[in-house]
Design a protein around this ligand. Structure first.
Ligand SMILES: O=C(O)CCC(=O)C(=O)O
Length: 268
């Protein structure tokens, strides 16, 4: 289902809840302001080059073509996006409390290039059933069309622990088409795959995922970003990055006043 953002402010969250529990996904049009998505798009090839060099060095380049991971420190635009996250209130509602960034990756789909993202997969290893453990939110940085590789999604498959066969998946899957600036939100249990790009232009997206604060992040973002720029971050951003849901590594870090604890009690 596609929802127009202009209507969202008048809408209570029931419709989005219904789409997520029934089909497992929805698309919100005009969700991301061009002032946030254009810099993310403009920086993506540069960011990819950084990741690519390491993918090649470590011999995993044949399965990672076009993909970048944990890019939040590669350009200021990614933290700016998180600072102004659309649907923040909805995600808080969805998780029933605070949530944190679990991963921040990106995908560039180009003609005749393959990666793990175009295989049928889901992004949470352990099936979490109806418990709201993790959610995906793909920002379309270019228009997504059937020709340039719009994501395949199998509606309802967020309730299936077992991976569907390719035949079943592609017979039933729908395409997530939309204009640049649209947000595709889906339950992380949903089986999905990037499409094939038959055009000569790249199809780009950033793909942040969010989770309950006690669920292990894919990378320790507090350590990755460090403490030097903490002053410049809002309280909301610090919390979302995971600064209030860290694991202490000494008794000194453990024995702290509630407001200084590595894992704060309101993080659930
Ligand atoms: O780029 C896409 O269409 C899908 C991305 C994806 O599969 C993922 O981020 O896990």
């Amino acid at each position: 289902m596609t929802v127009n953002n202009s209507k969202l402010f008048n809408m209570d969250f029931n419709e989005l809840d219904f789409q997520l529990s029934d089909r497992g996904w929805f698309i919100l049009e005009n969700a991301v302001d061009p002032k946030y998505y254009i810099p993310m798009r403009d920086d993506l090839f540069k960011v990819y080059e950084i990741c690519r060099e390491i993918q090649i060095k470590n011999g995993i380049d044949n399965v990672t073509y076009g993909t970048s991971h944990h890019i939040i420190n590669q350009s200021p635009c990614y933290l700016e996006y998180l600072e102004n996250l659309p649907l923040r209130d909805y995600f808080t509602h969805y998780f029933g409390g605070p949530f944190i960034l679990n991963s921040f990756g990106a995908v560039i789909v180009e003609q005749k290039q393959e990666s793990y993202a175009d295989k049928v997969h889901r992004d949470i290893r352990t099936f979490s059933g109806t418990y709201p453990m993790m959610i995906n939110s793909l920002v379309m940085l270019d228009d997504f069309t059937e020709e340039n590789g719009a994501t395949y999604l199998m509606s309802g498959s967020h309730l299936c622990e077992e991976k569907p066969s390719n035949d079943v998946f592609y017979a039933k899957a729908e395409r997530a088409t939309g204009k640049a600036g649209s947000l595709l939100v889906f339950n992380s249990n949903l089986w999905h795959a990037a499409g094939v790009n038959q055009t000569d232009k790249p199809r780009r997206a950033v793909t942040p995922t969010y989770s309950k604060p006690f669920f292990k992040q894919q990378m320790d973002y507090s350590r990755l970003l460090g403490y030097d720029r903490l002053e410049k971050m809002s309280e909301n951003l610090r919390q979302m990055i995971g600064y209030y849901s860290r694991v202490p590594s000494s008794l000194d870090e453990w024995y702290q006043l509630p407001e200084n604890r590595f894992y704060r009690r309101e993080q659930g």
